[in-house]
Write a protein that binds this ligand. Structure first.
Ligand SMILES: Nc1ncnc2c1ncn2[C@@H]1O[C@H](COP(=O)(O)OP(=O)(O)OP(=O)(O)O)[C@@H](O)[C@H]1O
Ligand SMILES: [Mg+2]
Length: 332
């Protein structure tokens, strides 16, 4: 049914007014405060923002894998004509690991230490193609390891996860995700646990996969430089909201939201200071705070009274760009 309804010209995923709330000792945490976002077909969308801005929570909503203290999940996640939030738990489970796959920051959270690489890869293939013969599955597993740049694939298939380096484990995770051939691949900080050289290799690998993988990728990262190199589109998040979206080159060349501008200035300053972390002055948004104003207003140099009393809509800023700031026309 969903395939019949699919509009192939539109985005793969259309997220509207996505809200996620949790109960905490301090009150209700507004983790996502009405996120609007499109994920284009066959495109790589980078999601950036400081720690706590809601990037991982967004990925969790797409997988509908949420912690126990969640009290409200509302809005729409329309995926090829199907609203994921309306699917039964059983139907949603059928989407995970088939149409939507995930690569985590720490591959050990997803790899079973008791199983060899071959077992992991064959399992993934069998989930997709239950009748596949073991020999055929092993051949495809070997080819998958080759395609993610793992030398001695034959030997590595027999290895257990702890016998591999961090970079190698992440390559195995990517190979598993590619065998699934999902429509949407979510990668949450897939390079953060790696040292800089291996990180660069993994980003190169993602780039080279572009020819082989026809699905869309959501690439969550703290690192604007990586996102600039890899992604087509950019989504900048802050305080559980999307503050700016658009083609990555346009947003980075001419950021319109004061938060994007501040984030970019930090990155440039960090480069000037030999990579030392530089941060935007002020406290990050408290998730328990009510949603009555622009989330960035307390830290924004351009904030006026109206910013402290109204929630800014994500507005058209020309072309495919959207900005959630009532003053973007004046300040950019
Ligand atoms: N289950 C939960 N209960 C209460 N608060 C939560 C829960 N999950 C997330 N939060 C809060 O929601 C906010 C967003 O968290 P999230 O992990 O999505 O951020 P993030 O952008 O992925 O950060 P990081 O870059 O550190 O990974 C944070 O303030 C976090 O403390
Ligand atoms: Mg996160």
């Amino acid at each position: 049914m969903s395939d019949v309804l699919a509009n192939l010209d539109g985005p793969l995923v259309r997220i509207r007014n996505l809200k996620l709330e949790a109960s905490t000792q301090r009150g209700t945490a507004h983790i996502l405060r009405g996120v609007d976002l499109d994920i284009g077909r066959g495109r790589i969308l980078g999601v950036v923002g400081e720690s706590g801005s809601g990037k991982s929570s967004l990925a969790s909503c797409l997988l509908r894998l949420l912690p126990g203290n969640i009290t409200h999940l509302g809005g729409q996640i329309e995926f090829d004509g199907t609203d994921l939030l309306k699917l039964s738990d059983a139907a949603m489970a059928g989407w995970r690991g088939k149409r939507i796959a995930m690569i985590f920051q720490d591959p050990m959270t997803a790899l079973n230490p008791l199983f060899t690489v071959a077992t992991h890869l064959v399992d993934v293939l069998r989930r997709r193609q239950p009748g596949i013969a073991r020999e055929d599955a092993l051949l495809r597993a070997r080819a998958a390891l080759d395609s993610v740049g793992i030398a001695d694939a034959e030997l590595r298939l027999k290895a257990y996860p702890h016998q591999l380096s961090g970079g190698m484990r992440q390559r195995v995770m990517i190979a598993m995700a590619l065998l699934v051939e999902p429509d949407l691949l979510l990668a949450d900080e897939p390079t953060t646990a790696l040292d800089a050289t291996v990180e660069a290799q993994i980003v190169d690998l993602f780039e080279s996969l572009r020819q082989k993988f026809s699905g869309s990728i959501v690439f969550i990262s703290h690192h604007l430089g990586l996102v600039a190199q890899l992604c087509d589109d950019l989504c900048v998040m802050y305080g559980g909201t999307v503050v700016e979206t658009g083609p990555v080159t346009e947003v980075l060349a001419h950021p319109r939201h004061p938060y994007t501008q501040a984030l970019l200035a930090c990155e440039i300053e960090a480069d000037d200071h030999g990579g030392r972390l530089v941060s935007i002055p002020g406290e990050v948004q408290d998730p328990v705070a009510p949603h009555v104003a622009c989330v960035f207003a307390p830290r924004c140099a351009y904030a006026v009274d109206a910013c402290r009393s109204t929630v800014p809509a994500l507005r058209d800023a020309g072309g495919a760009r959207r900005v959630a700031c009532i003053r973007f026309e004046e300040i950019a």
